[in-house]
Design a binder for this molecule. Structure first.
Ligand code: SF4
Length: 236
């Protein structure tokens, strides 16, 4: 599925760059960020895929029915505590051209390369937001609700699940998204996640930071920020 990403939030780019809110940028840097956002929008080709799965709770974790795939660990069990029997798996990528652009700029203009790298990550999140809206619409048509996204690597959900998740969605064939031997995705500006279907609006009590291995050292958290967005922040 083609995804429309027509703009990127500059605030989001600054947030990913870990810049303080309200920071006054030198005009040259401000213009460079604007140029990188523009270049990113000209370069990306966002595509995505999603699929619903029935789940059953087992002693090993949440098992996707009719597949060997299991979502193990306490974090996802807590996050999906209000999910009865259905989840969605999703994957998006902004495509290989963005990686090529970042690689080239890292060599020829490193500062621009770093900002483009950030813009690529923000673009992938924006594409994930678009796809999430699609899923949310499909779920809403059934009178149901959806949790936020939860990705491999959050909490104790292993990053090593990435290859299985991509295989499950057939991403290599359908959207050109693969995983390397070190479980990094290629193209790199890509997002995978699972979302749960609930009968009532999910409560907002789950805090991902409580589960994160970095919680005692995380600079973002100490600054009162997070690397993740809530349901209301991510979908507009
Ligand atoms: S903001 Fe920091 S502590 Fe919270 S989930 Fe992200 S990395 Fe972990």
């Amino acid at each position: 599925m083609l995804l429309s990403v027509e703009s990127l939030s500059k605030n989001e780019v600054l947030r990913f760059l870990n810049a303080d809110a309200g920071l006054t940028l030198p005009p040259s840097m401000d213009a460079l960020i604007d140029r990188c956002i523009e270049l990113t929008l000209e370069t990306i080709h966002p595509v995505g895929i999603y699929h619903p799965f029935r789940v059953v709770r087992t002693q090993y974790g949440l098992k996707l029915a009719d597949t060997p795939f299991i979502l193990p660990g306490k974090s996802i069990a807590a996050f999906f505590s209000e999910v009865r029997d259905t989840i969605y798996a999703m994957a998006v990528t902004v495509g290989p051209a963005m990686d090529r652009l970042i690689r080239t700029k890292m060599i020829t203009a490193a500062e621009e390369g770093v900002i483009l790298d950030t813009c690529g990550a923000v673009a992938a999140e924006a594409a994930a937001d678009r796809l999430e809206l699609e899923i949310r619409g499909a779920v809403s048509d059934q009178g149901k609700f959806l949790t936020d996204r939860y990705s491999p690597g959050y909490g104790d959900l292993p990053l090593e699940l990435q290859p299985q998740l991509l295989t499950l969605l057939d991403t290599s064939r359908r959207i050109g998204l693969m995983v390397t031997g070190s479980v990094l995705m290629t193209p790199s500006k890509s997002v995978t996640a699972v979302l749960g279907v609930t009968d009532a609006p999910p409560s907002a009590t789950y805090n991902r930071c409580d589960d994160c291995k970095l919680r005692f050292h995380c600079a973002l958290r100490k600054a009162g920020k997070t690397c993740w967005k809530t349901r209301t922040e991510s979908v507009s």
